[in-house]
Design a protein around this ligand. Structure first.
Ligand SMILES: Cc1cc2nc3c(=O)[nH]c(=O)nc-3n(C[C@H](O)[C@H](O)[C@H](O)COP(=O)(O)O)c2cc1C
Length: 210
């Protein structure tokens, strides 16, 4: 039995295109894998710990092989709990909206918490970085109001898909699957509906091989 962690990065509920497409994928996945567990982590409804001064100094202490203070220990316990939760999954799906050419702050906060030395990546003595989350697939569903396809004028502005793929690769993912829903705003409601429908069809077909 596998555990799928569904990371929900949009607060827009049923209006969210990335959530609608990811939901359709999860529904098809469950049909194909009835014994598997799917856990939803709704980032806008969860209490994520702040990644503040104590957490940051705790991170540097780890990188420099030093002991944590009591305050850092306390901050780090929350960070570690979230990382353990993240790593407990065998597969991942992510609903990721584009906000200001990047990602929503809650998703960035989650990334800042779980990307940690010794936990999700490591550095050897020569300074080479190595990801520690290996052998697990992820499907990321990206929604954006405009259009940013490779080769288009908008492509250079895409700090959403590019960033997510970079950070996933940094922590060890190699099986990174993507589906993009665009434009969800610039083309009007009908175009958005059509693009969302096409993405839903596509992900339904890929669910059984995930
Ligand atoms: C705060 C905010 C910032 C946004 N910034 C951008 C942007 O930079 N580029 C873009 O194309 N669309 C932008 N949008 C539009 C969203 O990308 C679009 O509505 C998308 O469908 C959101 O994903 P969702 O439907 O899954 O919530 C923004 C929306 C919000 C709420």
């Amino acid at each position: 039995m596998s555990k799928v962690l569904y990371i929900k990065g949009s607060p827009r509920g049923e209006r969210s295109h990335s959530v609608a497409v990811t939901d359709a994928f999860v529904e098809a996945y469950k049909k194909a894998n009835p014994g598997d567990e799917v856990e939803v982590l709704d980032l806008f409804k969860s209490q994520l710990p702040a990644f503040d001064g104590a957490a940051v100094s705790g991170k540097y202490k780890i990188m420099h092989g030093k002991e944590h203070s009591a305050e850092e220990k306390q901050a780090w316990a929350k960070v570690t709990a979230l990382i353990e939760h993240f790593k407990s999954a065998d597969k991942y799906v992510l609903a990721a909206p584009m906000w200001n050419f990047g990602i929503p702050y809650r998703l960035k906060q989650y990334i800042d918490i779980i990307v940690q030395p010794g936990q999700t990546f490591t550095v050897d003595e020569s300074g080479n970085y190595k990801g520690l989350v290996t052998g697990k697939p992820i499907l990321a569903v990206y929604a954006r109001g405009g259009e940013y396809a490779e080769g288009s004028a908008g492509a250079a502005f895409d700090m959403q898909k590019k960033y997510i793929e970079l950070i996933l690769g940094f922590i060890g993912f190699t099986d990174i699957r993507a589906i993009v829903v665009e434009p969800t705003l610039a083309g009007g409601g009908e175009v958005a509906k059509e693009k969302r429908g096409a993405a839903i069809e596509k992900v339904r077909q890929t669910a059984s091989s995930f």
